[in-house]
Design a protein around this ligand. Structure first.
Ligand code: AMP
Length: 120
């Protein structure tokens, strides 16, 4: 089983500001918030990235979206709007190899862009 900073957060050996937990999912405030609300929603199963999800993981992926809606409501951003993001792999900007979704809101977020390279 892979050991990442997120598995240590989930098992409590690294502290976090928890906002939700059940048997399958752990959610906590991002340590370097990119928006007034920035929560990470993580399956406890250490799936390295979205590329590695299997059919057996589809329920928890759906549940993560349901938890995101619940947290958006609790954190006061459901009506104003928010973004749920997964970064996958190096080009996607993923830095922690344990699947996670960023819930961002609380301010008008910038337009989604790729990089500055030409795609012509
Ligand atoms: P990503 O770049 O998509 O892999 O996202 C990883 C996120 O984890 C970044 O937004 C980091 O700020 C966040 N992060 C890293 N270490 C911690 C930590 N100890 N507690 C909370 N968030 C963290």
């Amino acid at each position: 089983m892979s050991e990442t900073i997120f598995s240590k957060i989930i098992d409590g050996s690294i502290p976090s500001q928890k906002v939700f937990e059940n048997e399958r999912i752990y959610a906590f405030h991002d340590i370097q918030p990119a928006a007034p609300v920035h929560v990470l929603i993580v399956p406890k199963k250490p799936i390295p990235s979205l590329n590695e999800i299997g059919e057996e993981d589809l329920a928890v992926i759906g549940e993560i979206h349901h938890v995101a809606v619940q947290l958006a409501e609790e954190l006061g951003i459901a009506a104003s709007g928010y973004r749920l993001i997964n970064n996958c792999g190096a080009d996607g900007g993923q830095t922690v190899p344990h699947l996670h979704f960023h819930l961002l809101g609380g301010a008008k977020l910038g337009a989604l862009t790729g990089n500055s390279a030409s795609h012509a």
